[in-house]
Design a protein around this ligand. Sequence first.
Ligand code: SF4
Ligand code: SF4
Length: 98
Amino acid sequence: MSASGIVGKTRGGSDWVPQFVQSLDATTCIGCGRCFKVCPRNVFELASREDLLEEDDDEDEFDTDNSMVMVIRDAMDCIGCQACSKVCPKDCHTHAAA
Ligand code: SF4
Ligand code: SF4
């Protein structure tokens, strides 16, 4: 976190540094939808793993038993609450301050 980064305030007036979602690991995601449901913004969308594989040369990394995978649709809509990471059973998301 840097002095020039995005810093919010809690209702009590304390500084709060949002941790914005940076990436989602498609190799560990099981497509459970928990992050999609909990996210208060329009950051995620469920995608067909087959469609994702067509855009990725490294097919061996994916578990093809899971037909659906969560992807980041609009990272710029993230408010950095980290709710997605709290509910993800597979630790798929990474976050960073801006
Ligand atoms: S940090 Fe919050 S707003 Fe951002 S993607 Fe996760 S749940 Fe959505
Ligand atoms: S909560 Fe985790 S495992 Fe479930 S869809 Fe989201 S990223 Fe994938």
